[in-house]
Design a protein around this ligand. Structure first.
Ligand SMILES: Cc1cc2nc3c(=O)[nH]c(=O)nc-3n(C[C@H](O)[C@H](O)[C@H](O)COP(=O)(O)OP(=O)(O)OC[C@H]3O[C@@H](n4cnc5c(N)ncnc54)[C@H](O)[C@@H]3O)c2cc1C
Ligand SMILES: *[C@@H]1O[C@H](CO)[C@@H](O)[C@H](O)[C@H]1NC(C)=O
Ligand SMILES: *[C@@H]1O[C@H](CO)[C@@H](O)[C@H](O)[C@H]1NC(C)=O
Ligand SMILES: *[C@@H]1O[C@H](CO)[C@@H](O)[C@H](O)[C@H]1NC(C)=O
Ligand SMILES: *[C@@H]1O[C@H](CO)[C@@H](O)[C@H](O)[C@H]1NC(C)=O
Length: 495
């Protein structure tokens, strides 16, 4: 696909100024953004949606959380990498800020949206193809995981991808990505064998272990700091039939469920085919354990610590992995925010966490909000995830090869009037959990980008060596720091 790079030249012939743009630290005001939108509309026609177009409103309301609904000056819907090249070149030439959205599942208001500036939406870059000869799948960033698994089901293969069907491919991969296959094969980004990416200078390159290996490494956790990714090529695996499903527990069983988790995480030689997630939902009065065993084996030994407990309801059975994941109910709540932290498994810490999640005053405050509900997602990560990532060439995440827990606090509520109260409550709870983990000596520096609040400096958490390396790679592929400064949203490389 490297030939697509030639198309960038077409744009430069139309707008010679873009050949020699110089970033001067000042982005264009609203009027300049509007002028650029008009100009782009003239050249790219229906790729550009203006606020006066009938489809504009729906496009502004696609993000999963309404906290991320904004009013961009215009919206670009590129259908090809060359469309993306032309849009990026024009925005860089005129210093107009922009945002990039794939599945729109980040609830952080400006991660994938913008008010004054252009929103690039990848909805039309949503191909999913599979090459049986190589065993590789090619995914457009705008595809959703349901479409990915549906296409791969025909071939009885799957990949290390998202666990919830409606989430977007683009953002999930670029943030690292957690899958039910991760203890076996690593983070989602570790299974990428090629990124096709439009760079700040309007060229398109394919980054692989052999071509642009530095960029290939950087994109595995580098978010939107290096370009607009227009396609991902992925390794696939012949996994289809599994055993698992959801078990529901009452709130008073939370300490017992978390103690079982601690045993599950610390039993020697944990089976990497065993994966799970626990959702602690104090406002709903439930604890939901989802077991995912990646072979058609009933009640495998890996989950033994949980078999001593008696769930209120039990939906475990044989099914396909796709069916199991599709059974996870979509969230109906309008507004969301979240925070993450990472710690090592610790029996006392889990007991304190159970206590906090039922007794903290913030839980009652949240329950008093219209549709207010908090969910703590407990995601056990084995050392094997980190080793698998290293074995496939490494990534920018800076993970330590130890067993760990990626804890994610998710808060949903209904009304914009409650935004301040909701944000205050989750920040306070997050601080308390952070303090408990620190006091237990269990905190790890890494923060999982895909569950992180915009206020959490995720890339700094990759460690100073990786940050230095990312800066050096940025200097090669984006020397003007276009994606750092013209794309204000999303996690940035610390300067
Ligand atoms: C219900 C739900 C379930 C989830 N389950 C999982 C899970 O199982 N595993 C997991 O890892 N995460 C999960 N997440 C978190 C999810 O990965 C993040 O919300 C992620 O941002 C979603 O990707 P997206 O493409 O939908 O997001 P978007 O909001 O569109 O994008 C997120 C960020 O990525 C950047 N970006 C997106 N596309 C591109 C591109 N093509 N080029 C450059 N930059 C781009 C955006 O600019 C933005 O900063 C879940 C989230 C939700 C809401
Ligand atoms: C920077 O460039 C913009 C757009 O080209 C221009 O409007 C602005 O005046 C420049 N600012 C400085 C400080 O040179
Ligand atoms: C906007 O979305 C609604 C709800 O999905 C749909 O009924 C309507 O036709 C859409 N409008 C346009 C102009 O696409
Ligand atoms: C997929 O598996 C089904 C059922 O086992 C089988 O009938 C079908 O031929 C397989 N398809 C491919 C492409 O291997
Ligand atoms: C991680 O846990 C497994 C058991 O699940 C254990 O065998 C392994 O030694 C642990 N690794 C580290 C680095 O503690």
């Amino acid at each position: 696909m490297v030939t697509v790079g030639l198309l960038a030249i077409a744009w430069h012939q139309l707008y010679p100024s873009s050949l020699s743009y110089a970033w001067n630290g000042t982005s264009a005001p609203d009027a300049a953004a509007a002028a650029t939108c008009q100009q782009l509309r003239g050249h790219l026609g229906s790729v550009i949606t203006l606020p006066s177009d009938v489809s504009y409103t729906n496009l502004t309301q696609e993000s999963w959380s309404r906290t991320a609904w904004k009013r961009p000056t215009c919206i670009a819907l590129p259908a090809t990498a060359s469309d993306v090249q032309q849009v990026v070149s024009a925005l860089v030439a005129s210093n107009v800020p922009f945002a990039i959205r794939s599945g729109g599942h980040s609830p952080n208001p400006f991660d994938a949206n913008i008010d004054t500036g252009v929103l690039i939406v990848t909805d039309r870059l949503s191909h999913v193809t599979y090459d049986a000869a190589t065993g590789l799948a090619s995914l457009g960033p705008g595809a959703r995981w349901d479409a990915v698994y549906t296409a791969l089901d025909l071939y009885n293969v799957t990949l290390v991808g998202g666990r919830v069907m409606d989430v977007g491919v683009g953002g999930l991969i670029l943030g690292g990505g957690l899958s039910y296959l991760s203890d076996l094969y690593g983070s989602v980004c570790d299974s990428v064998v090629s990124f096709e990416v439009v760079l700040a200078d309007g060229s398109v390159v394919e980054a692989t272990a052999a071509e642009h290996p530095d960029l290939f490494w950087a994109l595995k956790g580098g978010a939107n700091n290096f370009g607009v990714v227009t396609a991902f090529k992925f390794t696939t695996y012949p996994i289809k039939n599994v055993w698992g499903g959801a078990q529901m527990f009452s709130l008073d069983q939370m300490p017992a469920v978390l103690e079982a988790l601690n045993q599950y995480q610390t039993t020697p030689n944990k089976d990497p085919y065993a994966n799970l997630i626990i959702n602690l939902a104090p406002n709903l009065g439930v604890v939901l354990l989802t077991l995912v065993y990646l072979k058609p084996v009933e009640r495998p030994a890996a989950y033994a610590p949980f078999y001593d407990l008696t769930p209120v309801s039990d939906q475990t059975r044989f099914m396909t992995l796709h069916e199991l994941m599709a059974a996870f109910p979509p969230a109906g709540t309008a507004r969301w925010t979240w925070y993450t932290n990472t710690f090592t498994p610790d029996s006392d810490l889990y007991a304190q966490l159970s206590d906090l999640l039922v007794s903290a005053p913030e839980i009652a405050d949240i329950g008093a909000l219209e549709a207010g509900s908090i969910v703590g997602a407990v995601q056990p990560i084995s050392e094997s995830l980190v080793r698998a990532g290293q074995a496939s060439g490494g990534n920018a995440l800076g993970l330590q090869p130890v067993n760990q827990t990626w804890f994610s606090l998710n808060l949903g509520w209904a009304n914009v009037e409650d935004d301040a109260a909701a944000n205050a409550a989750i920040e306070s709870l997050h601080d308390k959990i952070d303090a408990l983990a620190s006091d237990a000596g269990a905190i790890l520096e890494y923060d999982f980008m895909n569950d992180a609040n915009a206020k959490q400096p995720v890339i700094a958490s990759y460690g100073e060596d990786n940050v230095q390396r990312l800066r050096a790679i940025q200097q090669v592929y984006d020397p003007q720091h276009v994606f750092q400064r013209l794309v204000p949203g999303g996690q940035k490389i610390p300067v």
